[in-house]
Design a protein around this ligand. Structure first.
Ligand SMILES: Nc1ncnc2c1ncn2[C@@H]1O[C@H](COP(=O)(O)OP(=O)(O)OP(=O)(O)O)[C@@H](O)[C@H]1O
Ligand SMILES: N[C@@H](CCO)C(=O)O
Length: 317
């Protein structure tokens, strides 16, 4: 479950008042999610999500919260962090940093079709463009330096074949990152974790992207790759789904066409996206946080995706 820290109604009520959101009517813990404590909070003013950050520090959070506000202000459907009289969007609750954002309508689509993929592709491209003038900088904290740091930590838990694969892929990604094509990739704030469970739809419309707490400045192409590795994959096998991938890519590139470096490096970034989540899932699985309140995601899934991406590089049509 995703209530690691219990919040009392009194504490929530006081925060809602501070944010000028009226009287609290209902507070309900949200099951699901593995990173933070989340509650749905209904007040006189509307429906909100209260998040207590379990892992992220008050130094890291302004990047995410201001990014969400920046994007929301430019018409991208993302939750907007609520501010107090002083304009602050980051608060303290039960000794943890906390934020309140508006609740997105709708539900996640866990079995997406080409229509859903096209909506995500188009909105992602608009989001990338809208982030160009965002003036805060924080790197993707789950980027290459973290992979280099974490692979040695998980290596002892792997079979020989897995260890060989993860080590050679890491070497390949370091080589790609040092190339001139990589240096030419356009960059900006990216979501970096835009899986099926982080997008809402209602009545055939995309109502929002959420869970920006792995966002960071990185290549736009990496964000595209993370999406394709979830939205355009057959989950049981890890096999690429060409129809859904094309729907996503056509919609994305209709808003923001790819550069030649991006066309060249898409197969490498698809591998990078698979490696990133294989590593983080291995890390969560073998080195769980205290008391292990989490049901870790299956690392083997992204090992399969990586093997597929290496064996069958996706080509742009
Ligand atoms: N702004 C929002 N609007 C509507 N629902 C939300 C919103 N934020 C979170 N939720 C709901 O809360 C659930 C958990 O949120 P979230 O995915 O952010 O959890 P997490 O633990 O922070 O992250 P992770 O997905 O990395 O495990 C979501 O699946 C969604 O149902
Ligand atoms: N999307 C991540 C979970 C953390 O947000 C995963 O599937 O491994």
């Amino acid at each position: 479950m995703a209530v690691f820290t219990e919040v009392s109604e009194e504490e929530a009520r006081a925060l809602m008042r501070l944010l000028n959101l009226g009287e609290l009517k209902e507070l309900r813990g949200i099951q699901g999610g593995i990173e933070n404590t989340n509650y749905f909070a209904t007040t006189e003013a509307g429906e909100y999500v209260l998040t207590l950050f379990e892992r992220l520090s008050s130094e890291q959070l302004p990047f995410y919260l201001h990014l969400m506000h920046h994007l929301a202000a430019r018409g991208i459907p993302v939750p907007d962090p609520q501010v107090d009289k002083a304009g602050d969007n980051l608060h303290m609750l039960c000794g943890k940093p906390a934020a309140v954002v508006n609740r997105l309508r709708g539900a996640s689509e866990l079995a997406p079709n080409t229509e859903h993929c096209a909506l995500v592709g188009e909105t992602l491209a608009r989001m990338h463009l809208a982030g160009r003038d965002y003036n805060r900088h924080q790197p993707n904290l789950r980027g290459l330096p973290w992979w280099n740091e974490t692979v040695p930590v998980v290596l002892p838990y792997l079979t020989e074949a897995q260890a060989a694969l993860i080590s050679s892929e890491l070497a390949y990604q370091n080589h790609v990152a040092a190339s001139s094509a990589y240096a030419a990739l356009p960059k900006g704030p990216i979501h970096a974790d835009l899986f099926r469970d982080n997008v809402m739809f209602e009545d055939h419309k995309l109502t929002g992207f959420f869970d920006f707490y792995f966002a960071g400045v990185d290549t736009w192409l990496f964000d595209v790759a993370v999406c394709l590795n979830d939205w355009a994959i057959d989950l049981p096998t890890g096999v690429h789904d060409e129809e859904r991938a094309q729907a996503f890519l056509h919609a994305y590139t209709a808003v923001r066409p790819f550069s030649s470096a991006e066309r060249q490096l898409l197969p490498a970034m698809l591998r990078a996206g698979a490696l990133r989540f294989w590593i983080s899932r291995l890390w969560d699985f073998h080195l769980p946080r205290e008391a292990s309140l989490l049901k870790p995601h299956d690392p083997a899934h992204f090992e399969r995706v990586l093997r597929e991406r290496i064996a069958h590089p996706a080509m742009l049509r």
